[in-house]
Design a protein around this ligand. Structure first.
Ligand code: ADP
Ligand code: MG
Length: 694
């Protein structure tokens, strides 16, 4: 493979860094703004990363691992896979993979690259996310996918042989799948000298990543070549071109960050010159609330009745709505994008001049002592805050409004976030590694080690689920079946149990609904209508059975969007449920489950749910009159979430599917059970505890 870098033509300047023994490149000053009406090719050439094209190709050819650091928007994700392809790395049917931690980012960058290359999505360039595969075998040469999907591919092809280059993008995010992937890729590298890795990120600590990929600490060995290949990781840093951003802090701590961001957006719109606004909130609920408040404001206020186009951005958004976010605002209008932290580094929006930073994001936290995992609205790190601010300076000098005080930023905000693997339940992670034949999980070469307590908890749950045997090996068939299903192991186990309970048709529907954020449309101010709508479907057994009622009524309506609208059901979510259901049916058939309906026998359904989710069992505290439950496992206080149909019903024994924590720990998706089923489902799990089921 030569012919793309001609020594002597535009030889990149190598700077040998004596300290770390790594390579740095420096290039001449960065290009001007890529914003405007230039042709696609011109736009591509104006991106900062273009100046490094030759250097990147040279490094990838000569080094097993290349680490590329560059500011968001410099062109890493959309350009590098194209350069690599142009240089011939996909000849002979080989494929380039580019991973992202987030599904929405996969879709967005793939669409952009398809547009730049003038090809059709799903042909030469495609993407794969869970339950959606837009690639063609033997045709797709550049494939965007989530890091989780690439991990799954390793189950069929442990050495990932079809890929010539794997780019692990957004490595600074340190998602749990990225970390597992990095550990495994390092292993694969030893067996596949032809494989090239590119690790790219916005704010990586390049040296610690290089240290991780340094297979041998002895410098002399690293300098040596293996078949002309340098094993020492190369580091390339792409100079950005950010403009200055003025930072404004809140004077006082902000009591309601949704309200505060809304007021700030309106103020910017009133007082500041043109330029789009990007608002960072935490998730679909507060984004929907903020979009609704902004719409109400602009409809009622006389001054600004029309100038704003308000758009939400979060995962699960239908593709048509995603496209709106990327298209420029019509002349004379100002676009306001209200986003999760997906717009922090994963995707680039053009035209942003103002950023409103709530200071929060949704983060996963796991406590191995209480065995509780939560999605929590938590303060972001300084590194994140700086990234968010940087989004305002891409086209011209901008402004960032932080919804927290300067004192808070300086004194209290943590410098860096914690890698997800250190704040997650490890059940899925352990299954995946076991399925790949990695038995000594604590001894695995992690970029950051998970806690032994969390590991022990995961092993205990997996043992009780019947997924692992006494030697901590995957059981056959249950363990291998669970590993095969791309869902949370508890959901997978529920699915397998449903085959025995004779209710797999129903449980597949429930599993599909649980894999989607929410099938309801709620919002501030419409709570009553929403509650009434929900009552039409509410089942005494709980939310899972309610989902079955909604699904049935949706089918009876002829899958009508009008019907959804009338009943506060999210039409796009229901379409997704249909899709996921079909995929799960196929998987169920493949692994030999019996597809059968229980024809209304909800006892069977509840038993199947219990088989998967027994670890989330709770009992109503007898003395409590505010609906307090305690988890059987850890005696933690939990409450039924107001969105559940069992809210205020408070059956004595329940099982939940997930927890959310705001002022209290709330159980989402709750179903009532009979405690004797717990002993049936997981005798080891409950019998050892001192009389927990009295
Ligand atoms: P990086 O990965 O370095 O953050 P990207 O490759 O994602 O950068 O983006 C490079 C440039 O491509 C952006 O600055 C933007 O101009 C353009 N771009 C990327 N995605 C889109 C899109 N969906 N629509 C329009 N322009 C886009
Ligand atoms: Mg990127």
């Amino acid at each position: 493979m030569s012919g793309f870098w001609k020594p002597g033509t535009e030889k990149p300047r190598l700077v040998d860094d004596e300290e770390g023994g790594v390579l740095f490149f420096s290039a001449s000053a960065s290009s001007s703004s890529g914003y405007g009406y230039a042709s696609m090719e011109k736009q591509r050439q104006r991106l900062p990363v273009y100046k490094y094209r030759t250097a990147i190709l040279y490094l990838v050819e000569t080094h097993a691992t290349t680490i590329i650091v560059g500011e968001t928007g410099s062109g890493k994700t959309t350009q590098i896979p194209q350069y690599i392809k142009e240089a011939g790395w996909t000849d002979g049917g080989r494929v380039i993979a580019c991973t992202q931690p987030r599904r929405l980012a996969v879709q967005a960058v793939a669409s952009r690259v398809v547009e730049e290359m003038g090809v059709k999505l799903g042909e030469e360039v495609g993407y794969t996310i869970r339950f959606e595969d837009l690639t063609k075998p033997d045709v797709t040469a550049v494939k965007f996918l989530t890091d989780g999907v690439l991990l799954r591919e390793m189950m069929d092809d442990p050495l990932l042989t079809k890929y010539s280059v794997i780019m692990v993008d957004e490595a600074h995010e340190r998602s749990i799948s990225t970390d597992i992937l990095l550990g495994l890729l390092k292993k694969i590298q030893r067996r596949r000298p032809d494989l090239r890795l590119i690790i790219s990120s916005a704010t990586i600590e390049a040296k610690s990543m290089a240290d991780f990929f340094r297979t041998s600490k002895k410098r002399r060995e690293l300098k040596s070549m293996e078949g002309g290949l340098l094993m020492e990781p190369a580091i390339l840093s792409v100079e950005g071109r950010g403009f200055n951003v003025e930072i404004n802090y809140a004077e006082e701590p902000v009591p309601d960050y949704v309200q505060a961001t809304v007021s700030t957006v309106l103020l910017i719109h009133e007082q500041e010159p043109s330029g789009d606004i990007l608002v960072f909130l935490t998730g679909q609920d507060d984004i929907d609330a903020s979009v609704q408040l902004l719409n109400e404001e602009t409809q009622t206020s006389r001054k600004n009745s029309s100038g704003l186009i308000i758009l939400p951005l979060y995962s699960g958004l239908p593709r048509a709505e995603q496209e709106l976010v990327f298209s420029p605002a019509p002349r004379g209008k100002r676009k306001v994008v209200v986003s999760t932290n997906i717009a922090e580094t994963s995707i680039t929006l053009e035209g942003i001049v103002y950023v409103v930073d709530s200071g929060f994001s949704k983060q996963r936290f796991y406590n191995p002592i209480s065995d509780i995992e939560n999605l929590v609205v938590a303060p972001i790190s300084k590194a994140s805050a700086r990234q968010r601010t940087g989004r305002a300076g891409r086209v011209r000098p901008g402004k960032c409004y932080r919804m927290y005080t300067e004192e808070y930023y300086i004194k209290d905000m943590p410098d860096e976030g914690i890698p997800e693997i250190q704040r997650s339940n490890l059940v899925s992670c352990v299954i995946q590694l076991k399925a790949l034949g990695i038995d000594n999980i604590l001894g695995f070469d992690w970029p950051a080690s998970p806690s032994p307590e969390a590991m022990i908890r995961a092993l205990e749950v997996l043992y009780s689920l019947g997924v692992l045997d006494d030697d901590a090996k995957l059981t056959s068939p249950t363990g291998f079946q669970v590993a095969e299903i791309p869902l949370d192991p508890m959901i997978s186990k529920m699915l397998i149990a449903s085959s025995q309970c004779g209710c797999s048709e129903e449980i597949i529907t429930i599993a599909a609904v649980l894999s989607i954020q929410s099938i309801w449309i709620s919002g501030r101010g419409i709570q009553r209508e929403f509650d009434e709508a929900k009552l039409r479907f509410a089942a005494a057994e709980g939310d899972h059975v309610t989902f079955l009622n909604v699904y049935k009524a949706f089918l009876q309506s002829g899958k009508s969007s009008q019907w959804c609208h009338k009943n506060h059901v999210n039409y796009h979510a229901m379409r997704k449920v249909l899709e996921v259901r079909e995929q799960l049916k196929r998987i169920a058939q493949r692994i030999g489950l019996v597809l059968k309906s229980c024809e209304g026998d909800m006892r069977a359904v509840r038993k199947a749910v219990t088989s998967g989710f027994f670890a989330n069992a709770c009992r109503l505290e007898a003395y409590s009159n505010d609906g307090m439950y305690k988890t059987i496992r850890g005696s933690q206080e939990v409450y039924i979430h107001p969105s559940s149909v069992l809210f205020r019903v408070n059956p004595k024994w329940v099982i939940y599917s997930s927890l959310v924590s705001t002022d209290k720990q709330y159980m989402r998706n709750v179903i009532s059970i009979d405690p004797s089923w717990l002993l049936e489902a997981a005798p080891q799990f409950y019998q050892q505890r001192p009389n927990p089921l009295h």
